[in-house]
Design a protein around this ligand. Structure first.
Ligand SMILES: *Cc1c(COP(=O)(O)O)cnc(C)c1O
Length: 239
């Protein structure tokens, strides 16, 4: 193995151990949690190595970086998740490679995603990004819609041609009542997911937890964790 492959394999093994331990601690089966490796700022060669090591889900947050990477890795059996704030003028490109957009947070984005998905004949999975630091009717610092905006957006996605409502996503807030209380934040997201599934039973995905707080997310009931740094290393720049 190359040095990089050895390093990524060791990091993946450590993350796998953490997920397994967190599942065991909360009486969950390991199969209930899917690892998504966030490859933002890292090269396509790393994505290829991760695929060789058995990773099946990767995530990116900037279309400029993601589009060429996804093209370079088009031969690999990967599902691509888009997790960044998404401008409508990037939607056409993102729909070209993303299987799931986790950052759906406004109606105009739903309309544009639907139009582009229909145009290319694809079905795009959508998660509503929830901002637990948003005030009533407001939006989060890093994107996302407040809890009171979920239902309207979810209905819009569910009725939009070319889109599939898969569930909810959040990033633990740095401000507001949930700052520093990751597990409480993720438990709140689970409650919101329970509400959502009353009207949209197939929307079962709950995407929460990153390198620093994946244990809390698994304990709260997350179905997907998004891990970057703990697998690939500290990012060379903010991303
Ligand atoms: C970068 C990023 C992650 C991964 O964060 P790490 O701390 O590197 O594990 C997860 N989710 C989103 C939305 C991100 O932008």
């Amino acid at each position: 193995m190359t040095d990089r492959k050895t390093e990524l394999a060791a990091n993946l093994a450590k993350v796998e151990e953490r997920i397994t331990a967190a599942c065991a601690a909360s009486g969950r089966e390991r199969e209930e949690v899917t690892l998504i490796v966030v490859t933002k700022t890292y090269p396509a060669s790393d994505v290829r190595i991760l695929s060789e090591l058995g990773v099946r889900h990767v995530a990116e947050n900037r279309d400029q970086d993601a589009a060429p990477k996804a093209a370079a890795c088009a031969d690999l059996p990967l599902k691509w998740h888009f997790v960044g704030q998404l401008q409508t003028n990037k939607v056409r490109s993102v729909v070209g490679y993303a299987d799931v957009v986790q950052s759906v947070d406004r109606s105009r984005l739903v309309t544009t995603l639907s139009k582009e998905a229909v145009r290319v004949g694809r079905e795009v999975g959508c998660l509503i990004q929830v901002a637990l630091d948003a005030g009533a009717g407001g939006r989060g610092e890093r994107g996302g819609v407040g809890p009171d905006g979920i239902e309207e957006l979810a209905d819009l996605v569910a009725d939009a041609p070319g889109l599939r409502l898969d569930g909810l996503m959040t990033v633990a807030p740095l401000a507001g009542e949930y700052a520093g209380r990751e597990q409480a934040a993720f438990e709140r997201l689970m409650d919101l997911s329970t509400d959502l599934r009353r009207t949209h039973p197939a929307a079962t995905m709950v995407s929460a937890g990153m390198s620093a707080d994946l244990e809390q997310a698994v304990a709260a009931g997350a179905t997907h964790v998004r891990v970057g740094t703990a697998v690939l290393g500290v990012r060379p720049r903010l991303g």
